[in-house]
Write a protein that binds this ligand. Structure first.
Ligand SMILES: O=C(O)C(=O)C[C@H](O)[C@@H](O)CO
Length: 261
């Protein structure tokens, strides 16, 4: 019995457009509710959300047999964290703040077992192998790992062509918020200069044959990104959807006398 087939890896390789939700509420119960929306994928954010390995593992536990594929974003490119993420059962990883081909190559090596990589062997303890229930896990795991690296700075864009040459790298995600900050437009990912840079990068990634990724909550920009070749498309963030809906509901019933609350 081999490692579980990574459906999202296959879909991205086939050029399918997929839509997903960022999960930043960092809670398995809320992740289970999000799964009922049946997005193509759900991304567990280990970079900006209050997640740790146990909360990430608990969310994978409730999502792993659900309708959505699971993506786990690491806080950085630390090989030890990549190892832990894979061992708790994530098969699609998003690694932020990649600025060179060498850095992307190191992240890829951390995803694969020797001799092709540096991933430490601990599958007997790991959900990834179904706790050693998958006898051939070590020999079949690598083929099902999907690595997406984030390019989100001018230095990363300058290295993009070299990054796109990396064999075995599945996708490159352009981070509009951090790119905006690096371009001098902190807090304004919708700035025309930023949007142009994002769309041009998505076109370059798509032309390379790798999958292009992006996150936006603006339906018009989402359409523009898809037309530019984005196939891994984040279309919302659970935290902002939740917070906005609650504020709207409260405001509807808050009378004017309390409006200063
Ligand atoms: O730079 C970006 O944009 C991203 O990487 C996505 C953000 O981190 C996400 O938290 C939404 O702001």
């Amino acid at each position: 019995m081999p490692a579980p087939v990574n459906r999202l890896k296959q879909r991205l390789a086939a050029g399918e457009t997929t839509h997903g939700l960022w999960l930043g509420l960092a809670d398995p119960y809320l992740a289970e509710i999000a799964a009922t929306a049946r997005f193509d994928w759900l991304l567990l954010d280990g970079e900006h959300a209050p997640n740790d390995i146990r909360s990430l593992s608990a969310q994978i536990g409730v999502l792993q047999n659900g309708p959505s594929d699971i993506v786990l974003r690491l806080p950085d490119d630390n090989p030890a964290k990549i190892k832990q993420a894979l061992d708790i059962g994530a098969q699609t990883l998003l690694v932020p703040m990649i600025e060179s081909a060498a850095q992307a190559q190191r992240a890829l090596a951390a995803c694969h077992y020797p001799p092709n990589g540096l991933r430490g062997v601990g599958s007997a303890l790991a959900r990834a192998s179904r706790f050693a229930e998958i006898p051939d896990y070590l020999n079949t795991a690598d083929a099902q790992i999907c690595l997406i690296v984030q390019v989100e700075s001018r230095a990363g864009l300058a290295a993009l062509d070299d990054i796109l040459q990396i064999e075995g790298l599945d996708a490159v995600f352009i981070g509009p918020s951090d790119l905006a900050a690096d371009m001098g437009h902190l807090g304004n990912p919708g700035h025309p200069q930023v949007r142009q840079a994002v769309l041009e990068a998505l076109e370059r990634i798509n032309r390379s044959g790798k999958a292009a990724g992006v996150l936006s909550t603006d339906p018009e920009f989402i359409q523009a990104c898809t037309q530019a070749g984005a196939r891994f498309v984040g279309v919302g963030i659970d935290v902002t959807v939740f917070a906005h809906a609650l504020r709207q509901l409260a405001a509807r019933y808050r009378n004017s006398a309390e409006s200063t609350r």
